[in-house]
Design a binder for this molecule. Structure first.
Ligand SMILES: NC(=O)c1ccc[n+]([C@@H]2O[C@H](COP(=O)([O-])OP(=O)(O)OC[C@H]3O[C@@H](n4cnc5c(N)ncnc54)[C@H](O)[C@@H]3O)[C@@H](O)[C@H]2O)c1
Length: 357
């Protein structure tokens, strides 16, 4: 298929694009490169074909594609709270505008990267299926709810949107993020010997390896239309619902000499939910996640060692989305609308060492 991947330069996109290309798809990439130089590891083999903001896309850019995989977003709760109006503008309004233009351009499939955070503060202890109520507690979560609702209205014979509600991702990516719970806990265990839990450790978090997210998108892209048309899928594995303290214990078992430390005053977290992922597996067996938390933790540890991840690198802004965007706003390379400032933009460059700064 001829596929346009937006947000290709992000944590998930930089894992997914090579996977789709290996599977034989003709993939074009689009990203505004908010994290252009935030590479983890020595080389950057990925280039962005269309260095464009999704708010500035026009219909001519979308002609000739069979599908759009829409990952581009102000992605995660803390970054989404930086400016809720901007989060709505990029994540919600620009996504719907993109989908409308895609439909007009004759694109048949639209895979929307949604999130389990739309379940938010679940009123029940039970496992949430795709038909559970939405209770988003952040601007980011709300934006995912609004896009899903409005995309559904565009669904018809000629246009098939699918909503992939990803669990919280973990694992190595060329665009590593340390604002994700597993990646963060392994990083602090490795560099400081301590696994710091900021809550009381009881909140539930559904997790999924970033490679398994990429495989699920591939399976949905290639699935018969009738299975995925206007359908939501929780993307993850039911056995990978963990309490934060269980995640921490898995990390300390893997990292020699490390121990769990609870931050003072940490209480239960408002975001607390367990998710049922059986629909994905029963509809599309090939989309079933295969990687376990233990495997992901060992892989992270191996790569952190290989790249010499340091405490200073963790505290810097390379791997933390909110800190990186704040730094770029301060140095003027992004304008207040989060568009790169011409002439002050970060180049797409090769890095000798991704882990150092
Ligand atoms: N990582 C997770 O745990 C997770 C979980 C659930 C859902 N998701 C969703 O999956 C998608 C990808 O997440 P990620 O973790 O790779 O995020 P990321 O922040 O690593 O990547 C997002 C990419 O989108 C690009 N982008 C942002 N605004 C843009 C704009 N206006 N125009 C063009 N490009 C823009 C950024 O430059 C970045 O490369 C997002 O929609 C996110 O909400 C992620």
């Amino acid at each position: 298929m001829r596929v346009l991947v937006t947000g290709s330069d992000g944590y998930i996109g930089s894992v997914m694009v090579p996977l789709l290309r290996e599977a034989g798809h003709d993939v074009l990439t689009l990203d505004s490169c908010l994290f252009g130089d935030c590479w983890f590891g020595p080389t950057n083999e990925l280039a962005v074909d269309l260095r464009v903001d999704i708010r500035d896309v026009d219909v001519s850019m979308l002609e000739g594609f069979d599908a759009i995989v829409h990952l581009a977003a102000i992605s995660n709760d803390p970054l989404g709270d930086l400016d809720p109006t901007l989060t709505d503008e990029v994540n919600h309004l620009a996504s719907i505008r993109l989908a409308r233009m895609a439909k007009r351009a004759g694109v048949k499939r639209f895979l929307f990267s949604s999130s389990c955070s739309l379940y938010g503060a679940a009123p029940t202890d039970g496992y949430l299926t795709e038909s559970a109520a939405f209770n988003p507690v952040t601007a980011y979560g709300t934006s995912k709810v609004l896009v899903e609702r409005e995309l559904a209205r565009l669904a018809d014979e000629a246009f098939s949107p699918t909503y992939l509600r990803n669990a919280t991702a973990y694992g190595v990516s060329p665009k590593l993020r340390l604002d994700l719970v597993v990646n963060d806990l392994v990083g602090s265990a490795y560099t400081t010997g301590e696994v710091l839990i900021k809550s009381d450790g009881t909140p539930w978090r559904p997790l999924v390896h970033v490679q398994d997210i990429a495989r699920a998108f591939q399976a949905i892209l290639e699935a018969p239309r009738e299975i995925v048309h206007d359908q939501a899928f929780n993307v993850g594995a039911t056995r990978q619902n963990f309490q934060v303290r269980e995640i921490a214990e898995t990390v300390t078992r893997a990292v020699p000499g490390s121990r769990v430390v609870y931050a003072e005053g940490g209480g239960p977290d408002i975001r607390n939910y367990r998710v049922d992922f059986s629909k994905l597996e029963s509809s599309l067996p090939e989309a079933k996640p295969v990687l376990t938390l233990e495997e992901g933790v060992l892989e992270l540890l191996r790569e952190y060692r290989a790249h010499g991840l340091t405490k200073e690198a963790i505290q810097g802004s390379r791997y933390m989305r909110l800190a990186h965007i704040q730094r770029r706003l301060e140095d003027g390379s992004l304008d207040p609308s989060l568009r790169p400032v011409v002439g002050r933009d970060q180049p797409q460059m090769k890095h000798g060492s991704g882990a150092g700064s």
